[in-house]
Design a protein around this ligand. Structure first.
Ligand code: F6R
Length: 242
């Protein structure tokens, strides 16, 4: 638990930078799992500033996004293809060919999900998966009642998630109804998980994730099963912890 959003970003960026440096030192560049949404934006800004200052080198680093809306063209400003390019690929100077986002406009979405799983395996698996948590306890777009064993698949967004994400669109109706998301089983296979949350709106989800029962009603509670999961939250998001 740290003081505020800036401290969350700093502490988390330090961990991500550590994984990137360890990758360079080992000769196998890091494979990162990346999240969209507001929670990780400060982390990406911190990393970008280290890169600009020549304190961090991301050459060879690959990244896999957690999820993508179905039916939004990659060129749409709110598609996760666009968001990842703007907030991660460009500022972190990643090679665009090494940054993967599920294709939500594929004519065969099931094949796309299977190919995404293969691509993660082909890259040797994810070293560090960054996560945010939804106000309803989702991670990725694994909405409540998602199976703990689930793999990358097509999902329907919960009404709560569509309402939460309406702020990125002109109207709530424009938020897509379906998405592709890495499954909980997929996420659990990353070597390390790093979840960040800030603000009072996350306090209930954070408490249920960490101190609540392991339940698919709170998909983030699956972090309790992972041997190397770190959660960094600010005081407001920690407010409902015992
Ligand atoms: C984003 C994602 C979601 C978000 C969550 C929190 O790729 O997978 O699980 O992390 O909805 O969103 P923010 O950070 O906008 O509150």
């Amino acid at each position: 638990i740290v003081e505020n959003e800036t401290d969350v970003a700093r502490a988390a960026a330090e961990q991500v930078a550590g994984v990137i440096r360890a990758g360079r030192a080992s000769g196998r560049a890091a494979v990162l799992g990346i999240a969209t949404g507001s929670s990780p934006l400060g982390i990406y800004r911190e990393l970008a500033s280290e890169i600009r200052g020549d304190k961090l080198d991301t050459a060879g680093v690959s990244a896999f996004a957690l999820d993508e809306y179905v039916g939004l063209d990659a060129a749409h400003p709110e598609s996760y293809h666009s968001v990842i390019r703007r907030t991660v690929t460009e500022p972190l100077r990643l090679d665009p060919d090494r940054v993967h986002v599920p294709n939500g406009t594929s004519s065969d979405l099931e094949a796309e999900c299977a190919a995404y799983e293969r691509a993660i395996r082909g890259a040797g698996g994810i070293d560090l998966q960054l996560l945010g948590v939804g106000s309803n306890g989702h991670i990725g777009f694994n909405e409540p009642v998602s199976s703990f064993a689930s793999r990358t698949r097509l999902k329907t967004l919960a009404p709560q998630t569509r309402a939460d994400n309406a702020r990125f669109f002109d109207s709530a109706e424009q938020v897509p109804v379906h998405c592709i998301t890495q499954g909980l089983g997929t996420i659990l296979e990353a070597d390390r998980l790093l979840l960040v949350a800030h603000g009072a709106a996350k306090a209930n989800a954070v408490a249920r994730m960490i101190e609540g029962p392991l339940t698919s009603m709170c998909p983030a509670s699956v972090l309790q099963l992972h041997p190397d999961a770190t959660v960094i939250v600010d005081r407001e998001a920690a407010a409902e912890l015992q």
